[in-house]
Each structure stands twice: as structure tokens, then as C-alpha cells.
Design a protein around this ligand. Structure first.
Ligand SMILES: Nc1ncnc2c1ncn2[C@@H]1O[C@H](COP(=O)(O)OP(=O)(O)O)[C@@H](O)[C@H]1O
Ligand SMILES: [Mg+2]
Length: 258
């Protein structure tokens, strides 16, 4: 049976490693290749929301996960075919405090997503840069994790902490949580360090590491300020080609999972 609505948490507790960039461009690519995709912005900084030009699109994830409204009422239609978005809101920063002591607070997102899962083939959760309640909610709701890692010194250190959290979530909240893949971002093939980091990650995670390396590209850093994905901002760039290849790898892995 084809798994419907596979939920992926795009997570790494480090900020600035390419979570949002990967989430947004993967979502746009998968939608453009005919998948029905939902992107949920779980970061109170709202970078995914603004990268897709979806600010002020109506209700936000806060209204569902914190206030308890239906998630369906928070889904905004993007102008991109096949891609829906649940925007975030800066109020989400208070979720940790507002939900303190609530029983089952780790499952708020999972429960909110349940009625929507049949409608989408892929649901991508853009996590904030912490291992706090929203990331835990994402890991509890997901079937698998996608981990972007910046090609830099000590890349593996942060990864082991994340793996510890994934292991904890697996044993306490979500036994079926898997590691879907690791994406190396901001790769600069001219530096020896970048190549060493990739080799080291490959040694530890040979099956998980995606073959596609996302290059460091000024176009990727410029596109969000125009509310565009890389495919809209500079479709002929190496960066667009890389996210296309990552998307294709992603689809192959998804199909292999059945
Ligand atoms: N491959 C890349 N090359 C150059 N800049 C990038 C690349 N990926 C992301 N960026 C930029 O780096 C910053 C952090 O990326 P972002 O995706 O927001 O990380 P995170 O969501 O993990 O905090 C953003 O300004 C983004 O535009
Ligand atoms: Mg982000």
C-alpha cells in the first residue's frame, strides 16, 4: 500500500544550517513534480513563511497547536500548484510556556495533522533551531527525520546530540521514527575542510547521507528576500540543479519505502 501523507521533520538544533532553505526548496520541487505537499512552519521566526511570501496569509500554526483550533483552518493555499502552507507566527515562541503542564503536549501537532494526512503525499515540518517543545512535537508527529548539516568543522558534534534526542523520542513518544536522510549544505568543493566533513559524515552515516551536496550559493541566500524558491529566482543556477537532484533522490527513497 502506498503510504499517504508521509510526515518528515526537517530538524537540527543548530541555527543557520539550511533547514528552512532545504524545506522550502524541497517542498516547491516536490509540488512541481506532481506531489501534493504541505509545508508546516514550526519556527516563530517564520523564515519558511516569508521565504514563500506567505506572511499574513491568515491563521498560523499557533492557532492550532497552542490554541487548539483545527489545523485545516490554518492551511493557506500558496500560489504554487500542489503546495499548501501552514504559516508560523512569532507568538509561537511562547508555546513552551503556554503549554507547560498540559498533558499530552508533545502530541499536539501529531493530533492536529491526523485529519489532513490523507490529503497530502508529503508533509514537511520546518523545525526551529532548538530541541524544545516544537521540535519534540515535530519528531513525535513524523515518520522520519531529514537532517541538514552545514559543511563545517564539528558538524558531527551537533549531530550526535540530535541523534540522542531522536533516540529519546523513539523510546518515549514515537517508536516508528526513522532517520530518512542527511543533507550536506553550503558545500564549497574548493576547501579541503568541506570535503573532509562530507567524508566524515559519509563514514558514520553511509546509507543516510544523500549523494547530492548543496553548494554554497549566493542565489540561495538572496531568493528568500524576494519570496521565491531557487527554482523561481534562478532556475539555471547550480543551486537550483542541486535542489532538483536532491528532490529526485528524495522521491526515490520515498518510493523505496513503499
Ligand atoms: N547553500 C547555501 N548557500 C548560501 N547560503 C545559504 C545556503 N543555504 C542557506 N543559506 C542561507 O543561510 C542562512 C541560514 O539558512 P536557513 O535555511 O535559514 O537555516 P536554518 O533554517 O537551519 O536556520 C539563510 O540566510 C539562508 O538564506
Ligand atoms: Mg529555519
Amino acid at each position: 500500500m502506498r503510504a499517504m501523507g508521509t510526515v518528515f521533520a526537517v530538524a537540527n538544533q543548530k541555527g543557520g544550517v539550511g533547514k528552512t532553505t532545504t524545506c522550502v526548496n524541497l517542498a516547491v520541487y516536490l509540488a512541481s513534480s506532481g506531489r501534493r505537499v504541505l509545508l508546516v512552519d514550526l519556527d516563530p521566526q517564520c523564515n519558511a513563511t516569508s521565504s514563500l511570501d506567505m506572511r499574513g496569509a491568515g491563521r498560523s500554526i499557533y492557532d492550532s497547536v497552542v490554541s487548539g483550533g483545527s489545523l485545516e483552518g490554518c492551511v493557506a493555499l500558496s500560489r504554487r500548484m500542489g503546495l499548501d502552507v501552514v504559516p508560523s507566527d512569532s507568538a509561537l515562541a511562547a508555546a513552551e510556556v503556554e503549554l507547560a503542564g498540559e498533558p499530552g503536549r508533545e502530541y499536539r501537532l501529531r493530533d492536529a495533522l491526523a485529519p489532513l494526512s490523507e490529503r497530502y503525499e508529503v508533509i514537511l515540518l520546518d523545525c526551529p533551531p532548538s530541541l524544545g517543545l516544537m521540535t519534540v512535537n515535530a519528531l513525535a508527529a513524523a515518520s522520519a527525520v531529514v537532517v541538514p548539516i552545514q559543511c563545517e568543522y564539528l558538524a558531527l558534534e551537533g549531530l550526535s546530540q540530535l541523534m540522542g534526542t531522536i533516540g529519546m523520542v523513539r523510546s518515549v513518544l514515537n517508536p516508528s521514527l526513522g532517520l530518512f536522510g542527511i543533507v550536506m549544505t553550503m558545500f564549497d568543493g574548493r576547501t579541503r575542510l568541506a570535503r573532509q566533513v562530507v567524508d566524515e559524515v559519509r563514514r558514520h552515516y553511509p546509507r543516510e547521507l544523500f549523494c547530492t551536496l548543496i553548494p554554497r550559493s549566493v542565489y540561495l541566500s538572496e531568493a528568500p528576500s524576494y519570496g521565491q524558491s531557487i527554482f523561481e529566482y534562478h532556475p539555471a543556477s547550480k543551486a537550483a540543479r542541486a535542489y532538483q537532484m536532491l528532490g529526485e533522490e528524495f522521491i526515490r527513497r520515498l518510493d523505496d519505502r513503499g
